[in-house]
Structure formats: C-alpha cells, structure tokens
Design a protein around this ligand. Sequence first.
Ligand code: NDP
Length: 335
Amino acid sequence: MGIGFGLIGASSIARDTMIPAIRSHADCSIISVYSSDENRGRLFAAENNIPQVALSVDELLANPEIDAVYISTTNELHHRQTLAAAQAGKHVLCEKPLAMNLNESQQMIKACQRAGVVLATNHHLRMSAGIRKLRELIANGAIGTPLAASVFHAVYLPENLQGWRIDNPEAGGGVVLDIVVHDIDTLRFILAAEPVEVTSLSQRGGMATDDAVEDGNMAVFRFSNNLLAQIHTAFTIKYAGDGIEIHGSQGSLKLNNVLGRAKSEPIILTNADGEQLYDPEQYSLDDRTIKLFVDAIRGHSSPGATGEDGERSLAAALCCLESARSGRSITIEVQ
Ligand code: NDP
C-alpha cells in the first residue's frame, strides 16, 4: 500500500527539504497542500507539482487519498492542526517545536494515541550517521564517563527566513524554540539521558525586531547522568561554523559541521591511544526521517523522533526561556 501525504503549510522547509524527501520513496506521493492563502497555495502546488490544493485544513483531512500529513506551519498552529489530523485518522509528522507549551503537546500525544495514529516530530539531526556514531561510541565506553558537552550552533538566519522567527513571539519566534530544541533532542539521543536543569542568558543582537524575541542564547544544561552541556545558539553569527564536543573521563569526541544538512567532517576521538578518525557514510537525513515515519505507519518500528521526544525537547527549551527571563536556574520536569 502506498502512502499519500497531505501538506499542511506552504512553507520553505516543505519546498526545499521535505517534498524531495517524500518523493525519494517510490511508494510515497504528495496528494494535496493546504495554505491559509489560496493564491499562495495554488502557486506552491504549481511550482512543486502537487496535484491538489485544499482551501481548508478540514477539506485536506477529508481527502480519502491522504494517509498522513506533514505539518510545517508556524509553531502556534501545530497543536490545533495535529488534533484535527488525529480526529480525521491521519498519521502526523509535525515540525519542531512540537507545540507552544506542554499542555498542547500532551493533548497532541494523547489525541494521536487515542486515534491510533503515529505522531512523529521532525528532529532530523538524530538521523545523521555522525550523530548516531557518537551515540554508539559513547555507549561502548570510548570516552569513559561522559562529563561535559559543548554544542556550538550559532548561524546567520538567511534573509528569506527573517520573518516570524524574529518579530512574532505569538508564532513561537526566537532562537530557543527554533534551534535549542534541536540541540536538546540531539544530546538526549547521543547521551541516552534527559536534561534536568538549565541556566541561560538570552541576547538581542541586532536581528530580532520584537522586544520579546531573542536572537542569541547561551545555556548550560545538567543532564540526568550529571553531564553539563553548554549550548550556544544565535541567528546573528555569520562565520562561527557548528559542531558538538563530548568530553569524558577517558577521552573526547569532536564532530564539526554536523548541525546543518551538509556532509559533516570526520569524528575525532582522542584518548590514551592518541587520535582516531571516523568518517561515517553520508545520506539524506530527511529521506531517513520519511522512511522511519512510513515504517512506523506500517507498524514496523517507531518513528525517528516520537511525539514524546518532541515534548521533551520543548520542555527543555521552555525552561531555557524561563531561566533567561527570570535570571534563575530552572528544573525541567515533564509529566
Ligand atoms: P516559512 O516562513 O517558510 O513558512 C511558515 C508559514 O509561513 C507557511 O506555512 C506559510 O503559511 C507562511 N508563508 C510562507 N511563505 C510566505 C510568504 N511568502 N508570505 C507570507 N506567508 C508565507 O517557515 P519555515 O519553513 O522556515 O518553518 C516552518 C516550520 O518548520 C516551523 O515550525 C519551523 O520551526 C520548522 N522548521 C524545521 C526545520 C527542521 O530542520 N526540522 C527547518 C526549518 C523549519 P501557509 O501555509 O498558510 O501558506
């Protein structure tokens, strides 16, 4: 049985990344797209060779050819649209951040459970071969006890994306909900541990145009295995490059250029034996996301990142924001 996808959101990420990823699977097809603006929807469908345009979410969800939806609207809409999709019996691949708060994320998870549909969060970085190799090396004791991590993920937000992310707190703008969620998910995956506490400071470094939106943040998270992780995220930095370092009692791991979608550099493991390089195979992270989502729909496995994963990264990001606002260290709790 093929899987028919409906797109909720005529977004950049759908156009640039997820439409090609869905089409990379011979048994998946894109049936229809919904946009809140009819003209934009029609143009998007024409430009991306999508056969149908829906004029409302309900119209898209009533389409019997659609088995699953990919939701990539702005963040405040993910909750309502996921509930509607679950009600209509459609599987959901939802963009991060999963929702705006934990009440919403819990309702989304429960609604999908009740409806018997898959809920996946698009945390694509855990699909990366380099990230998966870091997880394997740490689980196999390559660095002894992991004690510290550093994630440097400061970017320059491209001009075409300098919209709601920098001027609209109601849509979930700001670098923390945009990027820290990914970094937390990635560390949870690598370490097989949960973030339990955070202290952070936010910055407005010249790009954000709303007082309530941060365009830079530095945070320190404590994880359940006692590891301390520092995370630097920004929309304003042009030449930093990105990477992850994990330091343990017996060794250190470094992986650069891994937090985008380009080929990463090889992993460097340094320990008492000297330096060793690992250069894992490269493949499309997004193709793998779709593969695991479709496998989950067919009951073969879990999606790459579940709704619960999306909720965990959201909880950590919300506490990061709360710490920056209050000047206090915040305990991260998920019920
Ligand atoms: P966009 O700004 O491109 O799209 C978001 C919404 O904005 C669209 O759904 C669309 O509304 C509206 N929109 C798009 N183009 C225009 C335009 N020219 N004029 C007016 N409105 C427009 O956002 P992104 O694609 O960057 O992000 C969408 C979601 O995906 C977010 O939740 C984000 O966090 C997530 N994301 C995830 C990534 C990942 O790696 N997992 C990477 C990038 C984004 P409508 O649909 O109603 O037409």
